[in-house]
Design a protein around this ligand. Sequence first.
Ligand code: ADP
Length: 611
Amino acid sequence: MDYAKPSEYMKNNIVDLANDPIFCVGLKGDVLYANNAFVQVTGYTREEILNRPYSCFTSLTGSQFQQLRQAILFNEAIEPTYLFVLGKDNRQVSAQAQFSPLKDGNGQMLGLSIILRQVSTYERLTSRAEDLLETAPDAMIIVNNQGQIVLANAQTEVLFGYNRSELLGREIEVLIPDEFLKNHKKYRDSYIGTPKTRAMGQGQELLGKKKDGSTFPVEISLSPLQVDGGLTFISAAIRDIAYRQRAENKFKELLDSAPDAMVIVNESGLIELINTQAENVFGYSKSELQGQAIEVLIPARFAKKHPKHRSTFFTNPKLRPMGANLELLGLRKNGEEFPVEISLSPLETEEGMLVSAAIRDITERKKYDKALQAFNAQLQNKNKELEQFAYIASHDLQEPLRTIKGFSNLLESEFGNSLDGTAKKGLRFISEATDRMELLIKGLLDYSRIGQNRNTTSVDCNKVLDDVKKDLSSLIQQTETILKSDQLPDVEGNETELRLLLQNLITNGIKFRKEEGSPKIVISASEKENNWTFSVQDNGIGIEAEYKERIFIIFQRLHERQKYEGTGIGLAHCQKIVELHGGKIWVESTLGVGSTFYFSIPKAEMTNKWN
Ligand code: ADP
């Protein structure tokens, strides 16, 4: 190729003297022409430049050159690109290159002419990234390796209160509060030494400083920015986290207001957050626990299996109690184990799924339960002892009583005729008293027997009432009692006891009738949420309010024996029977008008719960 020719075409042109560097590259890649400005910018002589490959003077790569040549040959438009002019002594100059085809007078393609426009680095950066940066939600700042701000986006102005022009060229430290300044330059240098994308000051609370001197919490992400020639800049994305911190603080306050110890764990089982109650319960400070595996709070023998349970929860996270039916134990810092109740619930967060565990120290409750159980057992024993005592006492009393009765009968039959009036009267008193004592003893025996070896079935109360009516038929007739009843329910209970209960209440209703008029007794039952409440209403003499509770105590009577006979055991029986069924008995009454005795019998499913 005759290189002189193209030179000639260009030479007399103004091109030689143009301010912008211009050079031509042949189709093979050799420099065919360089104008004065190009010679100057490279620092080489023209002779050193001509006929040497383009790669000695530009940062254009082989494939870039191929593409350019292709485009020229196919007459395609070529967009300007940025490149570096590589000069003598490793000199690099950033430039925007415009390419156009170089043809001879006959229109034959000789190569490319390249016009360079030197641009400052700042221009280069902005042209590339400006749009992107301007719209970024974070403040974006780019600094050079001297720490000078070379670019700041719109959000930086908003966040820090400076105009961009006030920031450009200034050291980044202008945006950093004084207390961080001491170390910042050191950190900056070490970052430039080993630049990689990472969050800044991990685990530390970072602050930014506004123009007015006020500070605000920030989160900063750093990344190195390589520009074509290998120059390194640092870009910092700065986010104002005041709002997030407020939300976090609210959340922490909320956690602290919970009555239970709360521990929040991530999917790897590491503790992210605990509340004050957790500090108190486990004896660790927040900072001691944060980042630790949750297993530090679990006795070693359970801790092994725990990670498996934990991952099971994460595969199906929902609110539930932990280890249902299991005795769960927690481990305090001082090594002490204590019983806990734990409820788990998933917590979806930006950082992924977390689990919050509400942990309740139930040491006190367990103690209380134990005490209650012991007390109950004691009470049951005492009750048994009492029943046995009553049984044995009444049983043993019968023997001497029979002897007294036998001998007084003998006295009467053998010596009755020879006894005088006073002696006869004495014998009659003895006989009456023994009869009465026999009744009392029998009542006591019956009372102590109630509840022994009892079984319960479903009992039809209508049938029970019919039986009672039959048993009392002569009394009902004699006293002209009107006995009415509603439809009664089936209840879960002991039939014999229920019969005795109704019988006692009805007999009392008849017995404590007014002198005039015939007794009227109404029996009914109403359904309540948990029980059936029965009532036995009479129109008798009524009971004074002050005696409404006393009458249920054994042997307590309100009337003289002569007026109303009885032993004072009937209502005590009734109360024991109702309580054995898990219910209550009480009376409402108006003196001179009548009384209504109520008793409740729990519904079947409730009885099962209690048994
Ligand atoms: P008793 O009937 O053998 O005297 P109870 O234990 O059945 O013993 O009753 C205790 C007391 O309660 C009775 O003596 C009576 O004073 C009072 N009482 C019981 N039922 C009625 C009633 N329906 N009307 C008025 N008083 C009653």
